[in-house]
Design a protein around this ligand. Structure first.
Ligand code: NAD
Ligand code: WQD
Length: 339
């Protein structure tokens, strides 16, 4: 049994599918602050398997400990967290409280229940403005906003914990830019309000829900002047978690692992690939750079390949096709259509 905090969210729901399909049982613990239980009903439809669900907040130690103990889980995958960079600048305390205190509460609960295998969702944001590309895991760490600092603080807490007790098995997964959706079209990213990230914005423009994409910056030192990112299909990312659990079974440790493809694409390349996959035009205009953005970021995936035997299987065209299928089938995300 795997205990999945934040399992109803975008990456969590895709990971639940892959866990169930790999033969694991799953208990999701989520407060639905940025998701809906409908995603888990869809996970059950895709897999034909049941998901155990406990609605709760990771910052409620007693409820969390009870749920973890009752689940009988042997490992935890910890997705629960707030993730909007701009919001974290405006509401830093909310981010430190939810992400850092929430994780401390989880670690206490794991200690009380004698569960010492953990996979943590970190982010390429912990590399700050990259000094070299591709980014290897030994790249210096820094943060430029409260969200990134919560990830860095949690990583430090996990490293300290492992130093104090080498019986822990901890995988710190640093995601690059997850996009795409399950090929069934039943689960996908469901942003509330105006999307912060590129892919959901592009797909809403293609669907006619928003007028045009603003491309933030055309003067970066990149081949076409727009930002370059390492987009990774969310199903590949999900499979990386299943592989990490298998790796943690074998070895104690506290290891950071990049999950990216190693291939960078520009914002304009993504827009063109999306137009091709969807058959729609994506109107755009150029605007000033977004504060805090970096020119280019892409991973060295070598450690994941070596340690986990994991390689991403989906290219940019599949990422766009799957995002578009989800967008078309679920124009309001998980919210039911009116009337
Ligand atoms: P998401 O918002 O879709 O999922 C997070 C889930 O956690 C949601 O279901 C939410 O309701 C739940 N949650 C939040 N706070 C909680 C709390 N206090 N108690 C219980 N549940 C809580 O986000 P996602 O894109 O699936 O991201 C999952 C994790 O991966 C996050 O930790 C995020 O920081 C990290 N991450 C995401 C990206 C990305 O681009 N999506 C990139 C790098 C890292
Ligand atoms: C990608 C590119 C934008 C929207 C963020 C977080 C990071 C991680 C992933 C959680 C950039 C450009 C975007 C738009 C645009 N999340 N863009 N117009 O900034 O690489 O990473 O999400 O950990 O921490 O910072 O992703 O999708 O926001 O932007 O031109 O409307 O698209 O400027 O070059 P980013 P993104």
């Amino acid at each position: 049994m795997i205990f999945v905090t934040g399992g109803a969210g975008y990456i969590g729901s895709h990971t639940c599918v892959e866990l169930l399909q790999a033969g694991h049982e799953v208990t999701v613990y989520d407060n639905f602050s940025n998701s809906s239980p409908e995603s888990l009903r869809r996970v059950e439809r895709i897999t034909g398997r049941a998901v155990r669900l406990v609605e709760g907040d990771i910052r409620h130690p007693q409820a969390l400990t009870d749920a973890l103990r009752q689940s009988g889980a042997s490992a935890v995958i910890h997705f629960a967290g707030l993730k909007a960079v701009g919001e974290s600048v405006e509401q830093p305390l909310r981010y430190y409280d939810n992400n850092v205190l929430g994780t401390l509460s989880l670690l206490h609960a794991m200690g009380a229940c004698h569960v010492n295998k953990l996979v943590f969702s970190s982010s390429a944001t912990v590399y700050g403005d990259p000094l070299h590309l591709p980014i290897t895991e030994d790249h210096p760490l820094s943060a430029t906003n409260p969200y990134g600092r919560t990830k860095l603080m949690i990583e430090d807490i996990l490293r300290d914990l492992y130093r104090s007790d080498p019986a822990w098995h901890i995988g710190i997964l640093r995601y690059f830019n997850p996009i795409g959706a399950h090929p069934s079209g039943l689960i996908g990213e469901d942003p509330q309000g105006i999307p912060n990230n590129l892919m959901p914005y592009v797909s809403q423009v293609a669907a006619g829900q928003r007028e045009r994409l603003q491309i933030w910056g055309q003067d970066y030192p990149t081949p076409d002047g727009t930002g370059v990112r390492d987009f990774i299909h969310v199903v590949d990312l999900a499979l990386g978690h299943v592989r990490t659990l298998a790796h943690l079974e074998k070895a104690a440790g506290c290891t950071a692992i990049n999950l990216g493809t190693g291939q960078g694409y520009s914002v304009l390349e993504l827009v063109r690939a999306f137009e091709k996959a969807s058959g729609q035009t994506v109107p755009y205009s150029f605007a000033a750079r977004r504060a805090g953005d970096i020119a280019a970021s892409y991973a060295s995936p070598e450690r994941a390949i070596q340690l986990l035997g994991w390689r991403p299987q989906h290219g940019l065209d599949a990422m766009c096709a799957d995002s578009w299928r989800w967008q078309q089938g679920n124009p309001l995300g998980y919210r039911p259509a009116q009337g």
